[in-house]
Design a protein. Structure first.
Length: 604
DNA sequence: TGCCCAATA
DNA sequence: GCCATATTGGGCA
C-alpha cells in the first residue's frame, strides 16, 4: 500500500506499481503481497521494462509532489466558494439519485481458464494460466501464489514454478461467451455486454413480471448459466451499474452480493470502500488520492473543496458520485454505442532498419484494412504509434485528403508519419508499431446527415448486425447524438463562463507567499512555478508539510469579493427527462494534469 | 481545434 | 523476458 506523503521513500511505490493493474481482482486477499512484490521486483530488475517503470514512477512521484504543493497553497486561501460549489453539486446529485432500478453485474469467474478447464478437467487441480508472454487470466490455484492477469509469465513462473500455461483460444471463448449471453437474454433482452466475460442487466422488469426478488432471480440465473454452460459466474445486485460492478467482486468466485437499494446502506457501503475498487480508479489515481489523504470513498467528502482544483472538474464530479455511490442506471446493448476508432498494433523483436520498419508498417496497413472492412469504416485520420526499445511511446497522426480504407492508401498516408518519426529519432529501435484509424466515416452510407455532420460518426450505431434493423435504430441514435451535442455545448458554455469569471477576479495581492519557504514572492506564474520547483527540490514534501502551519484556511481576501459562479449547479440536466445522474459517467475518468492551473494569485 | 500523451478497463 | 484494443480527458499551440 502506498501510504501518504512518505510513499516515495525507497522503492515502495515502484514495487506497489509493479504488482500490476489487477490488484483488486478476487483471489488475492490471502496472498502476502509484500513477498509477491519483492519477487516481481527482483525478477524484473535490470530489464528495460523495469527502467521504464522506474522512470514512470519517478514522474508520478513528482506529479504528486506538485499536487501536494498545490494543496498547501489552497489551504492558505479562502475555500468557502469551492466548498459551497461542492455542496451544491452534492445536493443536486442527491436529487437525481435513482433507486428504482435493479441493476445486476455478471462476471464470469476466471473465464478463459474456466473454459480451458472444461476441455481438460485435469487442469482444474493445478495452478494454471492462459496466455503466452503475459497471462490473460489464471485459475484460483494460481492466484494463491500471487499470479494475476496482466502479469508477465516469466514472473508468474517465478512465483509459482509449477504453473501450467496454456495458449489462448479466442474462438473457443467467444463461443462459450455466446452461450452465456443466451441465458442472460432470457432475463433482460437488452442487457449490456461490458466485455467478453462481463455484462450488465436491468432486472427491474423481470422481477416485477415474475414476482420474484432480485436475489432469488439472480440465484436462478446463475444456476441456469451453470447448468447450460458449466461456467460459474458471480453477480452483484445494486441500484446502479457502478455499485453492481463492485458488488460482483464481493463474493467471487461463484457467489453473489446484493446491496440494498436505499440511500443509507449505500452511503455506509461507500464509506469504507477503498477508492481503487471503483471502476475508473487505477494505480495512478489511487496513489494521487492517497497522497492527499483519501483512501476510501468516504474520505472524499472531507476534501471536497479541493478536488476540482487539484484534479479537474471531471474528476471532481466523478469523485462526488463515488462518495454518494451514484452511477448509471440505464443499461443498453453495446451496439447502441458508436465506435470511435479502429486500430491494430504488434510487438516484435527490436528492429531499426528503415526498410524493415517500412515493411512492418505495410503489414500493419494490411491488417488494418481487414479490420476496417470488417467493421465497415473509412478513416479520415491515421495515427501511427511506435514504442522504442526503451518502452517510450510516441504517437503521430495525420489526415489524408480523403477518407481511406484500402491498405495501399493506409500505407501511403501513414508512411510519411513514420518517416518523420525516423528523422526525428535517428536510428530509432522499435519493439512495437501500431496504426489506428479515427474520425471514422461509415463506408456504407457516406454523405452528410441532416444535422450537417458527416455520417459515420453517428451511423456507427448500426455497425454490428448490419443485415437487418438498421433503419429502426437510426432516429434514436440521432437523437442520442443530438442530446450529447447539446450537452457538450452547454458544458463549453459553462466552461467559458467560469474561465471569464476567473479572469475577472480581483487581483488584490501584488505578491504571493510560498507555502514552503514562507517567503514573499514576485507575482507572475513563471516565477511561481520555478520557485516552487526550486523549493521542492531543496526540501521533501514531507518536510514541507511538517514545516507549514496546518490547515488554518485563513481567508486571504474577503469572500465577498469572490462571487460564486454556479457552474456546478447548472451543469447536468436542465429539465431533460433522464433517469440517471447528470454526467453519465461510469466512464468518466478522473484526471490529473493538476500542476499549477489553479487560479493562482496574480498575473497583472 | 487538432495533436499528443497518459490512464484505464 | 512484460499484450492488444478502445475510450477518455487534459495540456498545449
Amino acid at each position: 500500500m502506498p501510504s501518504g506523503a512518505d510513499a516515495h521513500h525507497g522503492h515502495d511505490t515502484l514495487k506497489y506499481h509493479l504488482l500490476g493493474p489487477s490488484l483488486t481482482k478476487a483471489g488475492q486477499d490471502a496472498v502476502d503481497q509484500h513477498r509477491v512484490s519483492d519477487i516481481i521486483y527482483h525478477a524484473s530488475r535490470g530489464s528495460k521494462f523495469f527502467s521504464n517503470e522506474e522512470a514512470k514512477d519517478k514522474t508520478l512521484t513528482d506529479k504528486i509532489s506538485h499536487i501536494l504543493a498545490t494543496k498547501l497553497l489552497l489551504e492558505r486561501r479562502d475555500l468557502r466558494p469551492d466548498l459551497r460549489r461542492a455542496d451544491d453539486y452534492i445536493a443536486e446529485l442527491e436529487l437525481s439519485r435513482d433507486l428504482s432500478q435493479v441493476v445486476v453485474h455478471i462476471d464470469c469467474d476466471a473465464f478463459y481458464a474456466a473454459v480451458e478447464e472444461l476441455d481438460r478437467p485435469e487442469l482444474k487441480e493445478v495452478p494454471m494460466a492462459v496466455g503466452k508472454g503475459v497471462l490473460t487470466t489464471c485459475n484460483y490455484h494460481a492466484r494463491k501464489f500471487g499470479c494475476r492477469s496482466g502479469m508477465a509469465s516469466f514472473v508468474a513462473m517465478r512465483l509459482c514454478p509449477q504453473l501450467v500455461c496454456v495458449p489462448m483460444n479466442p474462438a473457443k471463448y467467444s463461443a462459450k461467451a455466446e452461450e452465456v449471453r443466451a441465458v442472460l437474454a432470457e432475463y433482460d433482452p437488452r442487457f449490456e455486454s461490458a466485455s467478453c466475460d462481463e455484462a450488465y442487466l436491468n432486472l427491474t422488469q423481470y422481477c416485477r413480471e415474475h414476482h420474484v426478488g432480485a436475489e432469488e432471480a439472480v440465484q436462478q440465473l446463475r444456476d441456469q448459466v451453470h447448468e447450460k454452460t458449466r461456467i460459474t459466474v458471480s453477480a452483484g445486485i445494486a441500484a446502479n451499474a457502478k455499485l453492481a460492478k463492485i458488488c460482483s467482486n464481493k463474493n467471487k468466485p461463484n457467489g453473489q452480493f446484493s446491496l440494498a437499494r436505499d440511500r443509507q446502506p449505500i452511503m455506509e457501503f461507500m464509506k469504507t470502500l477503498p477508492t481503487r475498487k471503483v471502476n475508473g480508479v487505477g494505480r495512478v489515481f489511487e496513489r494521487e488520492l492517497d497522497a492527499i489523504g483519501i483512501k476510501t470513498c468516504g474520505d472524499i467528502y472531507e476534501y471536497r473543496a479541493y478536488l476540482a482544483q487539484l484534479f479537474g472538474q471531471k474528476a471532481f464530479q466523478f469523485l462526488m458520485q463515488c462518495y454518494l455511490g451514484l452511477g448509471r442506471t440505464s443499461i443498453q446493448p453495446a451496439e447502441d454505442y458508436e465506435r470511435k476508432s479502429v486500430g491494430t498494433e504488434t510487438t516484435f523483436k527490436e528492429m531499426k532498419s528503415p526498410d524493415a520498419l517500412r515493411m512492418k508498417l505495410r503489414e500493419i496497413a494490411d491488417e488494418l484494412e481487414d479490420d476496417l472492412k470488417r467493421t465497415g469504416f473509412k478513416a479520415r485520420t491515421l495515427c501511427v504509434k511506435v514504442k522504442l526499445h526503451t518502452y517510450e511511446v510516441y504517437t503521430r497522426q495525420s489526415s489524408p485528403p480523403f477518407a481511406v480504407h484500402k491498405a495501399d492508401d493506409l500505407y501511403k498516408y501513414s508512411l510519411p508519419i513514420l518517416e518523420k518519426l525516423m528523422k526525428k529519432l535517428p536510428d530509432m529501435k522499435l519493439r512495437l508499431m501500431g496504426l489506428r484509424a479515427t474520425h471514422l466515416v461509415s463506408a456504407k452510407k457516406p454523405g452528410i446527415d441532416f444535422f450537417g455532420r458527416p455520417t459515420g460518426s453517428s451511423s456507427a450505431a448500426t455497425k454490428n448486425k448490419d443485415s437487418e434493423g438498421d433503419w429502426e435504430v437510426w432516429p434514436e441514435a440521432e437523437f442520442e447524438e443530438a442530446v450529447r451535442q447539446e450537452r457538450n455545448n452547454e458544458m463549453n458554455e459553462l466552461e467559458k463562463l467560469s474561465q471569464e469569471y476567473e479572469k475577472q477576479q480581483p487581483q488584490p495581492e501584488a505578491q504571493w507567499t510560498c507555502p514552503i519557504c514562507i517567503l514573499p514572492q514576485p507575482p507572475n506564474d513563471t516565477t511561481f512555478n520555478s520557485h516552487i520547483d526550486f523549493c521542492l527540490s531543496r526540501q521533501t514534501i514531507k518536510e514541507a508539510v511538517q514545516s507549514t502551519t496546518p490547515f488554518t484556511n485563513t481567508p486571504l481576501q474577503p469572500s465577498s469579493t469572490r462571487p460564486t459562479p454556479s457552474t456546478a449547479q447548472k451543469k447536468g440536466k436542465r429539465g431533460r427527462p433522464r433517469n440517471e445522474p447528470p454526467t453519465l459517467d461510469e466512464k468518466t475518468r478522473e484526471k490529473r494534469r493538476a500542476f499549477f492551473t489553479l487560479p493562482t494569485n496574480p498575473t497583472p
